[in-house]
Design a protein around this ligand. Structure first.
Ligand SMILES: [Zn+2]
Length: 89
């Protein structure tokens, strides 16, 4: 993922220093910190959204049909059980 290593942050700070000059650094640092925090919050929310979606999908998926006579699993829409031959209504 976009893991920020400490040395990457150092490079960003140095580049920012060169571009904006030391006077603007506190401002930039604040903006950068805010951006990273919001970014992480966004990822967390997205991840939670995905897992909730997955959970809902699992709940929606119906259990495969089982034979009313012997309880063996049936293929969806099968009219007769392949194990015992009982008609499924
Ligand atoms: Zn059966």
């Amino acid at each position: 993922m976009f893991g920020l290593q400490p040395q990457d942050l150092l490079i960003i700070v140095i580049v920012a220093l060169l571009i904006f000059g030391p006077s603007k650094l506190p401002e930039i640092g604040k903006a950068l910190g805010k951006t990273i925090r919001e970014f992480q919050t966004g990822i967390k929310e997205a991840t939670q959204g995905f897992s909730e979606e997955a959970k809902t999908d699992t709940a929606k998926t119906e259990a495969p049909p089982a034979c009313k006579s012997c309880g063996k699993p049936l293929t969806a829409g099968a009219k007769f059980c392949v194990a015992c031959g009982a008609a499924q209504t």
